[in-house]
Design a protein around this ligand. Structure first.
Ligand code: E4P
Length: 214
């Protein structure tokens, strides 16, 4: 399973990249706004750091506007994947962009039927927002599992990108169910490395080695 960082923060991306296991980045308007800098400049910098997919989202709500923005994003770098919201206008744009070979990630997916429509429209990726469903006492990972099953049933090439990840168990469950990608905040990415028994074990090994008379 590919691991993406869900951030527009350059320092976090550089740190994760240095660990050697970062496959891509997802941004959204909220994450870019947090950085307080020119969003195009930020996305360009991310594309220079990473070889993998870098997701940048449109903010238009009509198909023509989305197409215009998507083409502008796509000119920035070959890594760009354009995030398009799961709306009727959005799906028209996805269809057109897939004909133009501009990869799209259909975002704000909260039901299996939305994912099916997105795949049929030609999306390269769909993003079920698992954490936001959990926040409403719904089962986000169940949605991810249903989408994976539907795509497998019909051999859709659309990748399932588990988004709105809140903790490492979302990542583990995504991997167990065969999701293609999980995107997560830097804090969750960091937690994937950790276990107190690893720290204790290492401490013990070093202490024992230190007792050796050499
Ligand atoms: C990623 O593509 C999404 O924009 C992101 O995962 C949303 O996460 P949130 O629900 O934590 O805002």
């Amino acid at each position: 399973m590919k691991l993406f960082l869900d951030t527009a923060n350059i320092t976090e991306i550089e740190q994760a990249q240095a660990m050697g296991v970062l496959d891509g980045v997802t941004t959204n308007p909220t994450l870019l706004a947090k950085e307080g800098r020119d969003p195009v400049q930020v996305v360009q910098e991310i594309c220079e750091i990473l070889e993998g997919p870098v997701n940048a989202e449109v903010i238009s709500t009509d198909c023509e506007g989305m197409l215009k923005e998507a083409r502008q994003w796509a000119k920035l770098s070959e890594n760009i994947v354009v995030k398009i919201p799961m709306t009727r206008e959005g799906m028209k744009a996805v269809k057109k962009l897939s004909e133009e070979e501009i990869p799209t990630n259909v975002t704000l997916v909260f039901s299996p039927s939305q994912a099916l429509i997105a795949a049929k429209a030609g999306a390269a990726y769909v993003s079920p927002f698992v954490g936001r469903l959990d926040d409403r006492s719904e089962d986000g990972m169940q949605l991810a599992a249903q989408i994976i099953q539907i795509f497998n049933n019909y051999g859709f090439g659309t990748e399932v990108l588990v988004a709105s990840v809140r903790h490492p168990m979302h990542v583990v469950e995504a991997a167990l169910m065969g999701a293609d990608i999980a995107t997560m905040p830097y804090a969750v990415f960091e937690k994937l490395f950790e276990h107190p028994l690893t720290d204790l074990g290492l401490q013990q090994f070093l202490a024992d080695w230190g007792k050796l008379k050499r």
